[in-house]
Design a protein around this ligand. Structure first.
Ligand code: IPE
Ligand code: MG
Length: 252
């Protein structure tokens, strides 16, 4: 039956590079929380709390920008070298986020996955992760992946250890094994953003970033806004992605 009161919603036109990759995967190394806090005379944990707010803003804005997968580096495996109190504070914030935001994620069509090791996380957090993942599994609008106790090198190593048992040896099947190791899948990164002034990958998504475009920003993560994400996506859309082939203009 026709429903005359329903009109077809006009989709906004996206810039060409985004239109080509409508399922844009943006990964963010959200760095600079500690410096943001210390420069204000606050404890580093206040920087992580402000960073969690920044993450909320970005997650909300991402789907409007053609972003279908958003991976945020919440805690690196290398971060265990920090004082235990700081790591605990980050893990507590994560648990708080899962408990307060899961319903919001369901309402907003956000599917949440955690990538990384789970065996070193507190049991209550592991449970909160499993509950949020199950509750949001059908979210169609945005796949939000939080990297927690994550090391790309370790994930690749574990995938390689499993891979020798796989009968069909191909780069695709390796990606599949890596996706299993991650649990939250393994999709090519289109755009990698790093805040906080450093210009390095810090063991984040080494396999998936093979052809990613990089945007490095001085801004510290708690100061990062939806407008900054929009600007980075626009910068990405101006880049010519040849993947080693010739640019269209030269290739004719
Ligand atoms: C990034 O901010 C957040 C995490 C690594 C968890 P940092 O804590 O690294 O902040 P800076 O780099 O010391 O300013
Ligand atoms: Mg840092």
């Amino acid at each position: 039956m026709l429903m005359p009161h329903l009109t077809v919603r006009q989709l906004p036109t996206l810039p060409p590079a985004i239109a080509q990759a409508p399922r844009l995967h943006v990964a963010i190394i959200s760095d600079g929380n500690g410096r943001w806090a210390t420069s204000r005379g606050l404890p580093r944990s206040a920087g992580h709390r402000a960073g969690a707010e920044s993450a909320r803003r970005v997650i909300e804005a991402a789907p409007r920008m053609g972003i279908h997968t958003l991976t945020l580096f919440a805690l690196s495996s290398a971060n265990w070298q920090r004082p235990a109190a700081e790591v605990q504070a980050i893990l507590r914030l994560l648990q708080e986020y899962l408990l307060t935001e899961t319903h919001h994620c369901i309402d907003e069509g956000v599917r949440l996955s955690i990538i990384g090791r789970r065996d070193r996380l507190p049991a209550a957090l592991r449970q909160a992760i499993a509950d949020s993942e199950a509750a949001t599994a059908k979210g169609p609008r945005l796949h939000l992946r939080l990297a927690v106790d994550y090391s790309a090198r370790e994930a690749i190593y574990h995938a390689a250890c499993r891979f020798y048992k796989v009968t069909e040896l191909s780069p695709q099947s390796f990606s599949t094994v890596l996706a299993e190791v991650h649990r939250g899948g393994s999709t090519e990164v289109d755009l990698l953003i790093r805040t906080g002034g450093e210009q390095r990958l810090s063991d984040f998504l080494l396999w998936e970033c093979a052809f990613a475009e990089f945007v490095f920003l001085q801004k510290r993560w708690p100061d990062f806004t939806a407008a900054d994400l929009d600007a980075a996506v626009k910068e990405f859309s101006r880049r010519e992605r040849t993947r080693g082939a010739l640019p269209d203009a030269i290739a004719g």
